[in-house]
Design a protein around this ligand. Structure first.
Ligand code: PMP
Ligand code: GLU
Length: 396
């Protein structure tokens, strides 16, 4: 039968991060010794105090449908977290809990965008942003940034990208994939540009908030009084709490946006998983100090991987201030031929590394910047050392 799928799904690119992870799994199943540095997934287990809360929830018979926008006591814990960590004062009708931050982002795009509306994405951006925008009939507008500017968009670049069709600005800080963090001053400068364009809503993805190595303090766009009513703050527990599979994300948003995402979710997925929500109450109510041991470990690994990569000729890295990725520029290798394989772009480079070194990374094209590859260091020290040594060998 011919392809009877919708134009919508035919226009979507598969998630490069998930695709590379699947490819690594497949090659492993064939007996290959693949080191996976493609997926942004902590290699820690969920902390025991959070697991215990989930076990208790099962025993306490939490098994019914949950409210579409989340349990009230979870939403209260989110409000307390926003106040404690971000100095943001949200109220109950402004919070919506979803099945992962990915769904939160999808919801927001669906309820805000009309066909042809433009969304400004400073590059590099997290892999799913542009397809989530396209699925809502929006138009991603990529703003290239440079390694020299730590992959951050300047106010001048923002101003130049705005058109009468611009409806949103999306970014993550700390950034996946560059690890860059916008300081409060830098965010203020972007907010100043937006003052003249009241139709633009900001989506501030702060899922890596706690994975911050202490150079630039975390700041939220919604902290500015003039931005609070036009910013959607997205967060989740996957990264900092090592809870990727539990699938809980959430937003703090203007009430009309929260209401609309609630309506959408009610027709699509209903409320998020009951046990996971109970566990997240504990995760958020406890002090973030309890997860600091993971951040400290990531910090050590960052130092290790940067040292090893900077030792390979042709790799140029910025120094990530948060998240757990490095995003080296590998253009020095473009045009070179190794064992009969010519590398013309970042995808070729990433594929060559997979085949010649058995190391899975992700091509920078997927993040809107084709000069780089993304390497996740949410892996053990042993794996990182072995992987980078193999890459070095394959490039000799
Ligand atoms: N935003 C960013 C920047 C991410 O890296 C991810 C990856 N998980 C998400 C959102 C989605 O998070 P979740 O797993 O909670 O859906
Ligand atoms: N966010 C992670 C990553 O960038 C997990 C995979 C995904 O959801 O895309 O690798």
């Amino acid at each position: 039968m011919s392809n009877q799928l919708s134009d919508r799904i035919n226009s979507v690119t598969p998630s490069a991060t998930l695709e590379m992870a699947a490819k690594a799994r497949e090659l492993r199943a064939q007996g290959k010794d693949i080191i996976g540095l493609s997926l942004g997934e902590p290699d820690f287990n969920t902390p025991d105090y959070i697991k215990d809360a989930a076990i208790q929830a099962v025993k306490d018979d939490y098994n019914s449908y949950t409210p579409v926008d989340g349990y009230v006591d979870l939403k209260k814990a989110i409000i307390t977290k926003f106040k404690r960590d971000n100095n943001l004062s949200y109220e109950l009708p402004q919070i919506v809990v979803s099945t992962g931050a990915k769904q939160s982002l999808y919801n927001v795009a669906q309820v805000i965008l009309n066909p042809g509306d433009e969304v400004i994405l400073p590059c590099p951006y997290w892999v799913s942003y542009s397809d989530i925008v396209k699925l809502a009939d929006g138009v991603p507008v990529e703003v290239p940034t440079s390694l020299e500017n730590d992959f951050k968009m300047t106010p001048e670049q923002l101003e130049a990208a705005i058109t009468p069709k611009t409806r949103m600005l999306w970014y993550s800080s700390p950034c996946n994939p560059s690890g860059s963090i916008y300081s409060k001053k830098e965010l203020r400068a972007l907010a100043d540009v937006l003052k003249n364009h009241p139709q633009i809503i900001v989506v501030s993805d702060e899922i890596y908030e706690h994975i911050n190595y202490g150079v630039t303090a975390h700041a939220s766009m919604a902290e500015f009084e003039d931005m609070f009513d036009r910013t959607v703050t997205v967060n989740g527990v996957a990264k900092a709490f090592a809870m990727t599979g539990w699938r809980i994300g959430y937003i703090g948003a203007p009430a009309y946006i929260a209401r609309a995402t609630n309506k959408l979710q009610g027709q699509v997925t209903s409320g998020a998983n009951c046990i996971a929500q109970r566990a997240v109450i504990t995760a958020l109510e406890e002090s973030p100090d309890r997860i600091k041991y993971m951040v400290d470990e990531f910090k050590e690994r960052r130092k290790l991987i940067l040292g090893l990569l900077n030792d390979i000729e042709g790799f140029k890295c910025n120094e990530p201030e948060g998240a757990f990725y490095v995003y080296p520029d590998v253009t020095a290798y473009f045009g070179k031929t190794f064992n009969g394989t010519t590398i013309n772009n970042a995808s070729d480079f990433s594929m060559y590394i997979l085949e010649a070194a058995n190391v899975a990374t992700v091509t920078g094209d997927a993040f809107g910047n084709g000069n780089c590859i993304r390497i996740s260091y949410a892996a053990s020290v042993k794996e990182i050392k072995e992987a980078i040594s193999r890459i070095k060998e394959a490039l000799k």
